[in-house]
Design a protein around this ligand. Structure first.
Ligand code: PMP
Length: 359
């Protein structure tokens, strides 16, 4: 078996230990004679998996009793719509902080439901960045304030969250559980699982329970947070295999120690940014240094032809998925929780070598 270094933005690499465990249990989950995928979502085997997944997230995020963890479907993209459907009442305004491609999609969906105010718009800034606290113009009495804590395409990440009167809502799809933060500060957090948590097909939501009461009475059951809250995410058949993998991934984080993981994430990103900054301008980071993401390291080379060659040659050396998002081009190294240190060293060495030959 030879595994490549997967720099893909998502679905992304999973911890090898998690894949091995899932493989070992695939045909006969804990001696039950069937895989976890084949178990009823109402049976005791799956119930234990579900409970542990919720408990692991609660413990890693140090959630208080006011917050609950939900496992939903439809990806983070459904949350772009479900959020305003539930929390943006008639006549109310929702504040959105527009920082790039993904916050833009959240804005677009919210506008279909209700009134949106852009509390700041730095989406066209070059270098890419997040707004300073002074740039935020919040609406008094807003239904909520929405932010994207890590812009996966633009390569920016928030390092200080705003304190807001209205409930703060965050799309944390690309940096959930990658660093310490106060989750209880948030009214709602959502994250597609396929980068830091598990496979696609599963979206994790952390909700302050009182907010679930806001949903309009006409909203269909599957789209109401209250439904999933009341039924412990078991109103209908949940994506059981995805939740099983998330349980293993969160178990893996707990075993490693969250603090160790966070330190490792910092070190991994710092090595790549050092390679960029030490290249004398051959590699150019696309994000402002103080807003650089530890999850998605974005940079350019002198010309698109060289970028194409870079991606091609890296791929030959088992470094896959380095092509930047089609909307922005360039190079993007996505290095989520499970991305191994050895892959960082391999890429940094490749970057030096590539520059020596082509610089
Ligand atoms: N938000 C962010 C920050 C993302 O990176 C992504 C996916 N790359 C999404 C939302 C959309 O997620 P999904 O594909 O699960 O709908």
């Amino acid at each position: 078996m030879s595994r490549v270094f997967n720099f893909g933005a998502g679905p992304a690499g999973l911890p090898v230990e998690v894949l091995e465990e899932a493989r070992d249990q695939m045909l006969d989950f804990q001696g039950s004679g069937m895989s976890i995928m084949e178990h009823s979502h109402r049976g005791k085997e799956y119930d234990a998996v579900h409970q542990e997944a919720v408990a692991n997230v609660k413990s890693l995020l140090q959630l208080d009793a006011d917050h609950e963890v939900l496992f939903l479907q439809g990806g983070a993209s459904l949350q772009f719509a479900m959020l305003p459907m539930n929390l943006l009442g008639a006549g109310q305004t929702a504040d959105y902080i527009h920082t790039g491609a993904w916050s833009g999609k959240a804005v677009k969906e919210a506008k279909l439901i209700g009134k949106v105010h852009l509390a700041a718009d730095v989406s066209k800034a070059s270098p890419a960045r997040i707004p300073t606290p002074g740039e935020l113009v919040l609406t008094p009495g807003a239904a909520y304030v929405h932010m994207t804590t890590n812009e996966t395409i633009d390569g920016t990440e928030w390092w200080d969250f705003p304190r807001t009167e209205a409930p703060l809502v965050a799309d944390m799809s690309s940096d959930i559980l990658s660093r310490p933060f106060d989750a209880n500060q948030f009214g709602l957090i959502y994250a597609g699982a396929q980068k830091n948590l598990g496979p696609s097909g599963l979206c994790m939501v952390v909700i302050r329970k009182d907010l679930a009461a806001r949903s309009p009475a006409t909203l269909s059951s599957m789209l109401r947070y209250a439904t999933h809250l009341e039924e412990n995410s078991l109103y209908n058949t949940p994506p059981t295999f995805g939740i099983y993998i998330l349980m293993l991934v969160t178990r893996w984080i707990k075993a490693m120690g969250a603090a160790n993981l966070y330190r490792q994430n910092r070190e991994k990103a710092a090595k790549l940014y050092a390679a960029i900054d030490g290249s004398g301008g051959f590699y150019r980071g696309t994000a402002a240094p103080e807003c650089r993401s530890n999850m998605n390291v974005t940079f350019r080379l002198p010309g698109e032809a060289l970028e194409e060659q870079f991606v091609k040659e890296a791929s030959k050396q088992a470094m896959k998925g380095l092509k930047g998002h089609r909307a922005v081009g360039g190079i993007r190294a996505s290095i989520y929780n499970a991305f191994p240190l050895a892959g960082i060293d391999a890429l940094a060495a490749f970057m030096r070598d590539f520059q020596r030959k082509n610089g």
